[in-house]
Design a protein around this ligand. Structure first.
Ligand code: ADP
Length: 630
């Protein structure tokens, strides 16, 4: 093949520039990233060879070899894994995985170079970490199953070249031409330290060899050196197979980082084994932060699956319900056949059992965290609460346990504070039968909403639903602890004891009779906008508000249906009037044009109070200025 010179895609050039021109304390992670890639490449080769024996015709002994050359100042990480063909070389090392590109650029913009090392792994760009310590990188590769030897090379000056390579066996070797001040990575002790620290659990032997040998080496020394060159630096024991007590501090966290490319430690590590019906071991992690992809339709989700130590695949989504899609980790089962395919996993009974056990285990870990460490739980819920809520809707079997994990802000609570449903129920005043909630775009709008005034006065708190998912999930909540969920801005709500309610009802009837003329006039005038006008039970300080009928569709649903081009009912709401409000008393005594203008303003004010737009802003402003002039 002729030597081909290519330019990096723009975002890579941008990133490399940051890699070179900023200072990082954690340059050393480059080794973790390269070993991780090498291990993945062997995993893939092993997996594909399950169904295509020709890939392992060379009978490979899987290994990752690190070779230092002090004279040339190069460090090489070599594997005998799957290798790459020309197309893959260009795609994998010339572009950032397209799913990550946009997100990566966004983060670059927001965070600049400061947190680059954290970002590198997260966006599938771990390979480029090599440029933190090297000014030139050479990749020699040959694809398993009869590919050509290829060489990729870049000194980061904007592009890379691809040409014929020299290697004569499948796999990939990555040679770093170390920068002047990075020669520490040529030393055995330093490399060994890093492998122990970051890559101990890698399932293949990672060995180290130094090419520069003292000229006058004694036989004895040579023997010792050769022995140490054979000896893996890592222990290679799959972490999930080890008893928790045999796992050193930090090992789980490093494994988590290897698995997820996250930079931070996990929030929680959960280990367990299934026995009885299905035998498996699981090592699960709850991350600290949500990734941006959590709500994207094509995001990767699921756990890595091993069958008797053989890697079958990552992102096996059948192992987790959708509402736990933020959970990361590994499941290893000896009960599955080695030749399983993704399609077979779809309706495999064993997989379904593992999924159910994993779900229950995560639930109990969260329940434990909720009980024992409120601060940690709050961190978890801020990151993943919105996803957990989906479980109420989609995971009927566990819905009650999931509900008990939810936290909501309330009208009485301070901004940012959330409470559990059980705390809400515990604080309900005698006589309150239902759990009240109100929808709002922002927490604070809800606290000011006229619709909750009476509830507040009667000592009832109101849950604030301001998460976009709340709109769709309110129907599925149904009840908690035997108490129904009731939208306080809907239908005919009543507060207090039965006696109080009776007295209120009678008072309202009397008021309605007294205001009949006024109410009829308002009804007639607002005929096109509201379905009814009535005396309110929920207002205290405001003159009026708008409420929906009990069985009407939530406004968010209406908007969604329209957006999808479907017919949605144009439901008019009810205007409720506070009969004891001085303004209502005053307006109800007006007549003619004066009455009409005042009613128009009252209606617009009700819209403004709940954060809805008024239909005719110009008219409202004119009425208001006329009024002010008076
Ligand atoms: P990530 O590993 O997160 O996908 P990288 O930038 O580290 O991102 O690597 C990009 C891609 O290059 C990998 O997904 C893989 O396809 C390929 N690759 C990297 N290193 C190797 C290797 N040693 N053997 C085979 N393919 C590799």
């Amino acid at each position: 093949m002729e030597k081909k010179t290519c330019e990096f895609k723009a975002e890579i050039a941008e990133m490399l520039d940051l890699v070179v021109n900023s200072l990082y304390s954690k340059k050393e992670i480059f080794l973790r990233e390269l070993i991780s890639n090498a291990s993945d490449a062997i995993d893939r080769a092993k997996f594909l060879a399950l169904t295509d024996k020709s890939l392992v015709a060379d009978n490979p002994e899987w290994s990752i070899r690190i070779t230092a050359d002090s004279d040339a100042k190069t460090l090489m990480v070599a594997d005998n894994g799957i290798g790459m063909d020309a197309e893959e070389l260009e795609k994998n090392l010339g572009t950032i995985a397209s799913s990550g590109t946009k997100a990566f650029r966004q983060m670059l913009k927001e965070k600049g170079g400061e947190s680059l090392p954290e970002l590198i792994g997260q966006f599938g760009v771990g390979f480029y970490a090599a440029f933190m310590v090297a000014d030139k990188v050479t990749v020699e590769t040959m694809k398993r199953g009869g590919g050509a030897a290829l060489k990729w090379e870049s000194d980061m000056s904007g592009g890379y070249t691809i040409s014929d390579g020299e290697r004569d066996f499948p796999g990939t070797s990555i040679t770093l031409h170390l920068r002047e001040d990075q020669s520490e990575y040529l030393r055995r002790y330093r490399v060994e330290e890093l492998v122990r620290k970051y890559s101990d659990f890698i399932a293949y032997p990672v060995t180290f060899r130094d090419l520069s040998v003292p000229k006058d080496e004694k036989d004895e020394d040579r023997k010792r050196r050769e022995e140490s060159e054979q000896k893996p630096l890592n222990t290679m024991v799959a972490l999930w197979k080890r008893a928790k007590k045999d796992v050193k501090d930090g090992e789980y966290a490093e494994f988590y980082k290897h698995l997820t490319h996250d930079w931070e430690d996990p929030l929680e590590t959960v280990t367990f084994s299934g026995e009885g019906q299905v035998e498996f071991k699981a090592l699960l992690f709850l991350p600290k932060k949500a990734t941006m992809e959590l709500f994207m339709p094509n995001q990767k989700r699921g756990l890595s699956l091993y069958v008797r130590n053989v890697f079958i695949g990552d992102d096996i989504e059948m192992l987790l319900p959708g509402w736990l899609r933020f959970v990361k980790g590994v499941v290893d089962s000896s009960d599955l056949p080695l030749n399983v395919s993704r399609e077979m996993l779809q309706d495999d009974a064993i997989i379904a059992k593992i999924k159910s056990a994993v779900t229950k285990k995560i639930l109990s870990s969260l329940e434990e965290m909720k009980k024992k460490d409120a601060k940690k739980y709050d961190g978890f819920f801020s990151a993943f609460g919105a996803v957990v809520k989906e479980g109420v809707h989609t995971d009927w079997e566990n819905a009650d346990r999931i509900k008990a994990l939810l936290k909501y802000p309330t009208a009485r609570g301070d901004a940012g504070k959330r409470i559990f449903l059980e705390d809400y129920v515990k604080d309900m005043p005698a006589g309150q039968k239902d759990i009240y909630y109100i929808f709002a775009e922002r927490e604070d709008d809800a606290r000011k909403a006229p619709q909750i005034e009476a509830a507040r006065k009667k000592g009832c708190d109101v849950l604030i639903f301001c998460d976009p998912v709340d709109q769709y999930l309110s129907e599925s909540l149904r009840e908690f602890d035997g108490k129904k969920f009731v939208d306080i801005a809907k239908g005919d709500v009543q507060f207090g004891s039965e006696d109080e309610q009776k007295a209120e009802k009678e008072g309202n009837e009397a008021a309605a009779k007294e205001l009949k003329g006024f109410i009829d006039a308002v009804k007639k005038q607002l005929e096109k906008s509201v379905s009814d006008v009535r005396v309110s039970t929920r207002l205290v300080d405001s003159p009026c508000c708008l409420v929906a009928r009990e069985y009407s569709m939530p406004p968010a649903m209406v908007r969604m249906m329209r957006a999808m081009g479907q017919e949605a009912p144009d439901e008019k709401r009810i205007l409720e009037i506070n009969a004891s409000h001085p303004l209502v008393k005053k307006v109800s005594a007006m007549e003619g044009a004066e009455l009409e203008n005042a009613v128009a303003m009252l209606y617009d004010a009700a819209l403004i109070a709940e954060g809805s737009p008024v239909a005719d802003g110009a008219r409202f402003t004119k009425l208001l200025s006329d009024l002010m002039l008076k």
